[in-house]
Design a protein around this ligand. Structure first.
Ligand code: CMP
Length: 140
């Protein structure tokens, strides 16, 4: 297994409920290292650009409005097989389908307000990390 990096976002429903530390503990307990992290408030344009791949979906407007509604914590997680491992730790997109012990099972409110985002593949991880972080901010 290779050491990978993946982009994670702790979403507004979780930052609002003061869950950043509890969510970070889930990542660290799973062996993922938080090698970069910052709290930012996305504009609607920035949220729309990040989720441009979903622009044709019926929930796009709602998704963009939600992601720009309050601060988020964007972070880079590093570890063996980090992309798949993070997806395991997050659980299914819809918390109703998420396994016990996952972040979404424990914390998500709905399929839209689902507490975390994680990259789904190596190419998207690279693009999503570059969307939020410069090389200087990635110290490993
Ligand atoms: P995320 O992993 O951030 O990627 C796209 C997001 O769209 C997804 O998590 C969900 O939060 C959101 N999403 C997916 N399906 C729906 C839906 N049916 N209604 C609202 N939001 C959705």
């Amino acid at each position: 297994m290779a050491i990978e990096r993946t982009l994670s976002i702790i979403k507004p429903d979780a930052t609002r409920r003061n869950l950043t530390g509890k969510i970070n503990a889930k990542f660290e307990d799973a062996g993922l290292r938080i090698v970069a992290q910052k709290r930012i408030h996305l504009s609607p344009a920035q949220a729309g650009q990040f989720y441009a791949v979903h622009a044709e979906r019926p929930f796009y407007g709602e998704l963009v409005e939600f992601m720009a509604s309050e601060p988020v914590v964007v972070q880079v997680l590093e570890g063996e097989d980090a992309i798949a491992k993070n997806r395991e730790v997050m659980g299914a997109t819809n918390p109703a389908n998420a396994d016990a012990g996952t972040i979404r099972k424990e914390f998500a409110l709905s399929v839209g307000e689902n507490s975390v985002h994680g990259s789904d593949a190596p190419e998207t991880a690279k693009e999503e990390i570059a969307f939020f972080f410069s090389g200087l901010e990635l110290v490993g």
